[in-house]
Design a protein around this ligand. Structure first.
Ligand SMILES: [Zn+2]
Ligand SMILES: [Zn+2]
Length: 873
C-alpha cells in the first residue's frame, strides 16, 4: 500500500496515432509495472489516462510513455494535469467515449511484425501459415476501416465472429492481440482460394503452394493484397514479364519487384544503411535502389531479375513482403516476383473479387482471392533515400492517412490537386491530410475513386471544408469538380506556385523564397504551358522572375507522347534563324539593353530592334519566307535526320514530318511551352535515346540513365530580358497578389488591370537554343550520347546555379526551394543541392509528399489558407 501523503494523481492526455496500435494495453502494463492505479480510455480526442501513485513512479511512467510506446504509435502531444488524489484501488481499461465533431488520427496499415512472423512459420503455432495473422503491432488498419472509432464493427472484419481462442486473446489486456480488431485464425477468420481468370475454383486446399507452382510455369497471377489487387509473375523470366507487359498495355514503365528478404535484395542491388532501414521498416514501401552489375541472362540459375523488368534503367523498385500472404508466397516461390498494381494503365487498382474478374480477367491467368474485404484502395508507396532522408515518390500504403504536420492553424480546406498523379488534401488545424495516390483523373473510374476516397476522409476526420483550392487549368476534371462544389470561397492556385508551396508547407517555411519549379506541364497565368520556372514565391503569391525560352509543342498532347516532335520543334527554331530573313517569334519580344545590362554579359545574340515598325516588317517577311521555303525546311530536316538524328528519322514518317512542319509554321494546335521536361524530351530524342513517352518522363529518365561520364563541360546558355506585359482575366481570387507584389519587387509596376495577377514587365528568359545548337554540333562531331547527356545535365545545373546567384543579388533571398517532376532526376537533384549549398544557399525540397504532381494538393492548401486568412474569408 502506498502511503497516503505521498500520493499524486495525474490526468494525462495523449494525442497522435494512439488508437488501434496497442496503446491501452501498453499503458495498462506500464501502470502495473510502476505500481500505479487509475484507468485508461480511448476518446475521439485521444487517449486519456488517470494515474495515481508515488511521484518517482509517476515520473518514470510518463517518461516511458514516450520512450517505450508500441511501434505503431505516433505520439504528437502529451499534456498533464495534477489533480487531488482519490485513491484508486486498481488499474483498469475503461470503455471508449465518443465526442461529437472530434477525431483521432488513424494508423496506416503496418507490415507484419517479428512476433507474428515467427508464429507464421512455427509448425506448433495455431496460426502456422495462416495468411491473415496479425496483432496490435501489425496488420491492416486504414484499408479496412469504414468509420471511427476503430472498432471491429466499423471494419470489414465485422462479418467474422471470433472463435473462443481468438476472443480470449482479444479480451486479455496482457495479450499482444488485446483489442486487435482484425484478430483472426484459420478457424474463424478469412481464408484464401485460387481461381482461374473466369472465377472457376481451382484450389481450396493449398492455394499458395499451387499459385507458386503456376508462377514457376510463367503464369500471371492476380493477388488480392492489402490495399488492392497486384499482378505477380516470375521476375527472372523475360517471357513472363513480356506477356505481362503486353497484356497490361505497359510497354516500358519499370515494374516493381518483391524479393524474399534483404539478403536476396543485396544480390541484386546496392543497399546503404538508410535504404536497408527503409526497406525493412514497419511501412515496407517500394524503395528505388541502384542495381548491381549487368542484367542477367535467362536460364542461368541465379536470382537476378530479367531485362524486361526495367529496361534502360539503373534503378529497381524493390520491396520485401509485408503481409503474411506475401511471406508465404515468396517463401514458397523463392525467387523475386514482379509485384505491380492490379490495374489497367492508370486506372485505379481493383479491390473486389467480382470487379477483378471483370476488369482484370484478360490480363491474368489465375487469381488468388480472399474474403477479407478491402475498404480503402491503396497502391504500394514508392520511396527513395535522398540526403539521408526518406523521400516519397508515390505516397499511399503505410503512410496515408498520417497527416503532414503544419506549423499554423489551417482553416478547413479542400485542395483538389492536379490532373496527373492526383492526390487531394484536406487541411484542418495543424493537420494536412494528403490523400493516397489517386491516379490520373482522366476517366470515370479514377474520378469515382477520388470522390469515394474523399468522402471517407471527410467522414473519418470530421472535416467539412469551407474553402476549395484548385489548379488554374480550366480543363482539368479536378478543377471542374472544385467549381461545382457549393463552397463560397474558391481559390485557384497556379501549378508551379503550388509545387513551391508544397515544399514550404512541409518544411515550415514562411516569407520569400527562390522557387525553382521544373516539370513537364502546368498551366501558366499567361495561358501558355509552363514548366521551367524560377519564381520568387511566398505563402500568398509569386513573381515569375525567369523561365526557359518558349517553344511550340506541335500537336499539343502528341508532343508530350512523342519526344521527337519536341526535337523537331527545337530544330525548327535553330533552322529558322538560318533560313529566314526574319527573326523568330520569341525574340520578337526581346528588348535590347545595350551596354548597361547588369544581369549577364553573355547577351551576345541580341541585336534586335524592337520598334513596332520592325515588328510588322518581321511578320510580313516571316509569312513570305515560309511560303517560299517550306520545301527547303522539309528537305533540311530530312537530310539532317538521315545523317545525324537517326532515331527521329525512324520514328517520324515523312507524312508526319510534313504535318509537324505545317503546325510549326502556322502554330495550329501547337501551344507555347517553357517546360523543362519537354527540353529533356527533345534532347533525349536528338540523341536517339528515346522517341516515345510510354510513361510520364520516360525520355528524360532514359537520358539520365545514359549519363555516366564525369565531364565538367557544359553548353553555353544565354540569359535575356523579356518584355512582357500580359494579363489574365478571371483570376481575381488571386488579386491579393497585388499587395504582395507591391511589397516585394519595387521596380515591377502593377498592371492596370485589377484582375491581373502577373504583370511583370521584365523578366529573364533562359535561351535554350544555344544549348540545342551545341548538342547538334556535338552529335555531328560524333560524340557519344553518354558524354552529351552529361554535358546537358551539367548545363541545367549551371542554369540553376547562375539564376540563383542573380536572384540572390537582386532580391537578397537565400532560401532556395526545388520542386517539380524534373527533380526526380537524381543527378539534377543531388548536384543542385550540392552546388547551391556550396554557394551558401539554404536548399529545400519535398520529402513527405512527392516532388512530382502528387505533392501539388498540399501546396494548394497552403496557399489557399494564407490568402483566405489575409482576405479574412
Ligand atoms: Zn504482429
Ligand atoms: Zn479464431
Amino acid at each position: 500500500m502506498v502511503k497516503k501523503n505521498n500520493v499524486l494523481r495525474y490526468r494525462i492526455n495523449v494525442k497522435g496515432v494512439v488508437q488501434g496500435v496497442g496503446f491501452r494495453p501498453f499503458i495498462y502494463r506500464l501502470a502495473k509495472e510502476n505500481r500505479l492505479y487509475g484507468w485508461v480510455l480511448n476518446s475521439s480526442e485521444g487517449v486519456i489516462i488517470e494515474v495515481e501513485g508515488e511521484s518517482k513512479n509517476l515520473n518514470l511512467f510518463i517518461k516511458n510513455i514516450k520512450e517505450k510506446a508500441p511501434p505503431m504509435a505516433k505520439i504528437d502531444e502529451i499534456s498533464l494535469e495534477e489533480q487531488e488524489p482519490i485513491y484508486y484501488k486498481k488499474f483498469e481499461i475503461k470503455k471508449s467515449v465518443r465526442k461529437k465533431g472530434k477525431y483521432q488520427l488513424v494508423s496506416p496499415d503496418v507490415a507484419i511484425c517479428e512476433d507474428c512472423l515467427s508464429e507464421l512459420f512455427d509448425k506448433n503455432d495455431r496460426r502456422y501459415l495462416y495468411p491473415f495473422i496479425n496483432c496490435t503491432n501489425c496488420g491492416p488498419r486504414f484499408t479496412i476501416i469504414k468509420d471511427m472509432p476503430y472498432d471491429r464493427t466499423n471494419t470489414t472484419m465485422n462479418e467474422f465472429i471470433m472463435c473462443e481462442n481468438c476472443q480470449k486473446e482479444y479480451d486479455d489486456p496482457l495479450s499482444r492481440r488485446f483489442h486487435a480488431q482484425p484478430n483472426a485464425c484459420s478457424v474463424c477468420g478469412p481464408h484464401i482460394w485460387l481461381v482461374d481468370n473466369k472465377g472457376k475454383l481451382v484450389n481450396n486446399e493449398n492455394p499458395i503452394e499451387e499459385a507458386s507452382n503456376l508462377l514457376k510455369n510463367k503464369m500471371i497471377i492476380g493477388v488480392k493484397g492489402l490495399g488492392g489487387f497486384q499482378f505477380a509473375c516470375d521476375a527472372t523470366s523475360n517471357d513472363a514479364v513480356k506477356r505481362m507487359r503486353m497484356r497490361k498495355n505497359r510497354p516500358s514503365k519499370p515494374f516493381a519487384i518483391m524479393v524474399k528478404d534483404v539478403d536476396q535484395v543485396k544480390e541484386i542491388c546496392y543497399l546503404n544503411k538508410e535504404e536497408e532501414k527503409l526497406l525493412t521498416g514497419s511501412q515496407k514501401p517500394i524503395v528505388l535502389l541502384e542495381r548491381k552489375g549487368k542484367l542477367y541472362k535467362e536460364n542461368e540459375n541465379n536470382i537476378r531479375v530479367c531485362e524486361q523488368i526495367a529496361r534502360n534503367n539503373n534503378y529497381l523498385g524493390v520491396m520485401i513482403p509485408y503481409t503474411p500472404l506475401h511471406y508465404t508466397l515468396l517463401r514458397s516461390f523463392d525467387k523475386p516476383l514482379v509485384m505491380t498494381s492490379g490495374n489497367i494503365s492508370e486506372e485505379p487498382i481493383a479491390i473486389e473479387n467480382e470487379e477483378a474478374i471483370k476488369r482484370l480477367g484478360h490480363i491474368v491467368d489465375y487469381f488468388l482471392f480472399h474474403n477479407r474485404d478491402i475498404y480503402g484502395r491503396y497502391d504500394d508507396s514508392v520511396t527513395k533515400i535522398f540526403d539521408n532522408k526518406v523521400q516519397m515518390v508515390r505516397r499511399a500504403r503505410g503512410y496515408c492517412p498520417y497527416p503532414v504536420k503544419l506549423d499554423y492553424h489551417s482553416k478547413k480546406i479542400l485542395a483538389v490537386g492536379p490532373h496527373l498523379k492526383n492526390t487531394y488534401c484536406l487541411a484542418d488545424g495543424e493537420n494536412a491530410f494528403v490523400s493516397q495516390h489517386i491516379g490520373d483523373l482522366e476517366n470515370l473510374e479514377t474520378m469515382n475513386h477520388f470522390t469515394s476516397s474523399l468522402s471517407t476522409y471527410k467522414n473519418l476526420f470530421k472535416i467539412e471544408p469551407e474553402i476549395v483550392a484548385y489548379d488554374m487549368h480550366p480543363g482539368y476534371l479536378s478543377t471542374q469538380f472544385a467549381k461545382e462544389t457549393n463552397k463560397e470561397v474558391k481559390i485557384a492556385v497556379q501549378h508551379h506556385h503550388a509545387h513551391i508551396a508544397s515544399v514550404m508547407a512541409e518544411n515550415h517555411l514562411k516569407g520569400k523564397v527562390i522557387g525553382i519549379a521544373f516539370d513537364g506541364t502546368g498551366y501558366g497565368t499567361d495561358e501558355t504551358i509552363w514548366g521551367g520556372e524560377f519564381l520568387i514565391a511566398d505563402e500568398f503569391g509569386f513573381e515569375r522572375v525567369a523561365h526557359f525560352r518558349k517553344v511550340l509543342m506541335p500537336g499539343s498532347e502528341k508532343a508530350i507522347e512523342r519526344p521527337y516532335r519536341m526535337a523537331i520543334s527545337y530544330l525548327f527554331e535553330v533552322y529558322k534563324n538560318k533560313i529566314f530573313k526574319c527573326k523568330d517569334k520569341e525574340t520578337d519580344n526581346i528588348i535590347k539593353k545595350s551596354g548597361k545590362n547588369k544581369l549577364n554579359n553573355k547577351i551576345t545574340k541580341d541585336n534586335l530592334n524592337n520598334s513596332e515598325k520592325d515588328k510588322l516588317e518581321n511578320k510580313k517577311l516571316y509569312k513570305e519566307d515560309i511560303k517560299n521555303k517550306k520545301s527547303e525546311i522539309y528537305n533540311l530536316f530530312k537530310n539532317d535526320s538521315n545523317k545525324f538524328f537517326k532515331g527521329i528519322r525512324k520514328a517520324c514518317r515523312d507524312t508526319e514530318l510534313k504535318v509537324i512542319i505545317n503546325q510549326l509554321i502556322s502554330g495550329f494546335n501547337s501551344p507555347l511551352t517553357s517546360s523543362c521536361g519537354r527540353l529533356f524530351d527533345a534532347v533525349s530524342s536528338l540523341l536517339s535515346i528515346s522517341q516515345h513517352n510510354y510513361y510520364e518522363g520516360q525520355a528524360a529518365v532514359e537520358l539520365e540513365m545514359v549519363n555516366n561520364e564525369s565531364t565538367l563541360e557544359s553548353y553555353p546558355f544565354i540569359i535575356r530580358k523579356e518584355n512582357y506585359n500580359q494579363s489574365v482575366n478571371n483570376l481575381n481570387k488571386y488579386s491579393i497578389k497585388k499587395d504582395f507584389k507591391a511589397n516585394m519587387i519595387s521596380e515591377n509596376r502593377i498592371s492596370k488591370n485589377e484582375k491581373s495577377i502577373v504583370s511583370i514587365n521584365k523578366n529573364m528568359i533562359i535561351d535554350t537554343l544555344s544549348i540545342i545548337e551545341g548538342i547538334i554540333a556535338d552529335i555531328k562531331k560524333g560524340y557519344k550520347s553518354s558524354y552529351i547527356s552529361a554535358k546537358f545535365h551539367n548545363t541545367i545545373i549551371a542554369i540553376i546555379s547562375k539564376i540563383c546567384e542573380i536572384m540572390y543579388k537582386k532580391f537578397n533571398i537565400k532560401k532556395v526551394v526545388l520542386s517539380g517532376g524534373v527533380f526526380q532526376n537524381n543527378i539534377i537533384l543531388n548536384r543542385s543541392f550540392r552546388i547551391l549549398r556550396e554557394k551558401g544557399f539554404d536548399v529545400f525540397t519535398n520529402f513527405q509528399v512527392p516532388v512530382n504532381d502528387g505533392g501539388i494538393s498540399l501546396g494548394q492548401a497552403f496557399v489557399a489558407h494564407h490568402i483566405a486568412d489575409k482576405l479574412r474569408v
